[in-house]
Design a protein around this ligand. Structure first.
Ligand SMILES: Cc1cc2nc3c(=O)[nH]c(=O)nc-3n(C[C@H](O)[C@H](O)[C@H](O)COP(=O)(O)OP(=O)(O)OC[C@H]3O[C@@H](n4cnc5c(N)ncnc54)[C@H](O)[C@@H]3O)c2cc1C
Length: 371
């Protein structure tokens, strides 16, 4: 294992709106430092995630509809290849490698530094909204998120209400939508755009307010490490009947926590051609992450079966998968992350830059020579 966690240098160029960031930084550290200048690059929903992994797999977060994925703000990188060369890669230098590291994960070398574009994102209007979950509220939430302007990115976690201080104790375990909504723009306009979400049903809790962008990453509980059975997938639509299926399947799980995380995509992310980066799911409409969290290892088979059946029941036309949410699920699922010509091009680039498959402890794209 290569531990890059002590590589945390960050050079922010406020004039140019760019930053060179060493790969050991976390999304939260980067976001806090950039936020001090009213600037941001979009990462995911969790501050403790490293910028290395999230960037190399794609990066889907709260700016995805407004500014695209993390890789859409990647301008250059420094890559140490399998043969020990240190390459500076961008659209003009080693463009093939630059294409491959925007979604292809850690298959092509070790990235020591990333150069990102920064956007002016000072304050945003957003936060958490807790709504009762029913097939109707889930479907309404998705329909609103789909028709919202690109300034709004939303994540809806349909789940049993967790024991949180601001949720009345009698609701614990009841099905809720724990949503995170972020509107990047004028707060008054954000309030107007978010109003229909608040009106879906009487919220159990409403923590949406104007806030500084780095506040999207609240402090985390580092002691929480449950076991998990999970699946990631894309679906084309979530109408009332699909929402009903989600609602009922979640209730059929005996896991201590079960969740269906729904992320409506589109916007800036979808305006980039699918072959522009190794992440090719530009046209995917909704990302769904299913998970059952449990404590006893012997429960694994039961929860894996539940999540597998759930994913199969939800399957629609889009059979892709987002590599950063894949578990150890075998070669077919890695192929689902890299459809068609994307896979062929990745294999060709892998064969050139890492013919011996030195970097194979990952969602592996093996070279064409069988190594
Ligand atoms: C709680 C949680 C929330 C998440 N939320 C989101 C989200 O909202 N959006 C999203 O897009 N993803 C999300 N993810 C997925 C996340 O993007 C991946 O788990 C990612 O791999 C994490 O990267 P890391 O550097 O922290 O992990 P690591 O375990 O350090 O890295 C994972 C793999 O990435 C490769 N890698 C990492 N850094 C480098 C490098 N510098 N050079 C070469 N290869 C490298 C290696 O193959 C490594 O094994 C989430 C994950 C978690 C755990």
């Amino acid at each position: 294992m290569l531990d890059l966690s002590s590589m945390r240098d960050l050079q922010i160029n406020v004039e140019d709106r760019t930053a060179w960031a060493e790969a050991g930084l976390t999304a939260g550290e980067y976001t806090t430092a950039a936020g001090a200048h009213g600037l941001a690059t979009g990462f995911g929903d969790t501050g403790s995630v490293g910028i290395g992994g999230i960037t190399l797999g794609g990066g889907v977060g709260y700016l995805v509809r407004k500014y695209g994925m993390t890789i859409d703000d990647l301008l250059a990188a420094e890559v140490v290849t399998a043969d020990g060369q240190v390459l500076q890669v961008d659209v003009e230098h080693h463009p093939d490698l630059f294409w491959a590291i925007r979604g292809g994960g850690g298959n092509f070398g070790v990235v020591t530094r990333f150069k990102f574009r920064l956007h002016e994102v000072g304050s945003v209007y957003g936060g958490m909204l807790f709504l009762p979950a029913t097939p109707e509220t889930i479907a309404s939430f998705i329909a609103l998120a789909e028709s919202a302007p690109d300034e709004l990115s939303a994540i809806a976690n349909v789940m049993g209400a967790p024991p949180m201080p601001f949720i009345p104790a009698e609701l614990y375990g009841r099905m809720i939508i724990m949503a995170m909504l972020i509107y990047v723009g004028d707060p008054a306009e954000g309030e107007r755009v978010i109003a229909p979400f608040r009106a879906i049903a009487t919220p159990y809790a409403d923590m949406i307010k104007p806030m500084r962008y780095p506040e999207i990453y609240p402090p985390e509980d580092n002691s929480y490490h449950p076991l998990g059975a999970a699946r990631t997938m894309f679906v084309d639509s979530i109408d009332r009947s699909v929402a009903k299926l989600i609602f009922e399947r979640l209730q059929s799980s005996t896991a201590m926590m079960k969740v269906a995380q729904l992320r409506v995509l589109g916007g800036a992310m979808a305006r980039i051609p699918s072959d522009a980066t190794a992440f090719a799911h530009r046209k995917s409409r909704i990302m769904v992450n299913l998970a059952a969290m449990y404590q006893q290892p012997e429960e694994k088979a039961k929860h894996e079966a539940w999540v597998g059946d759930f994913a199969a029941a939800l399957e629609q036309n889009d059979r892709g998968a987002y590599v950063n949410f894949l578990g150890d699920e075998g070669p077919d699922r890695i192929r689902a992350a890299y459809p068609g010509a994307t896979w062929d091009r990745l294999v060709e680039i892998k064969t050139r830059y890492d013919p011996n498959n030195l970097f194979h402890l990952n969602q592996n794209i093996p070279p064409a020579n069988g190594n």
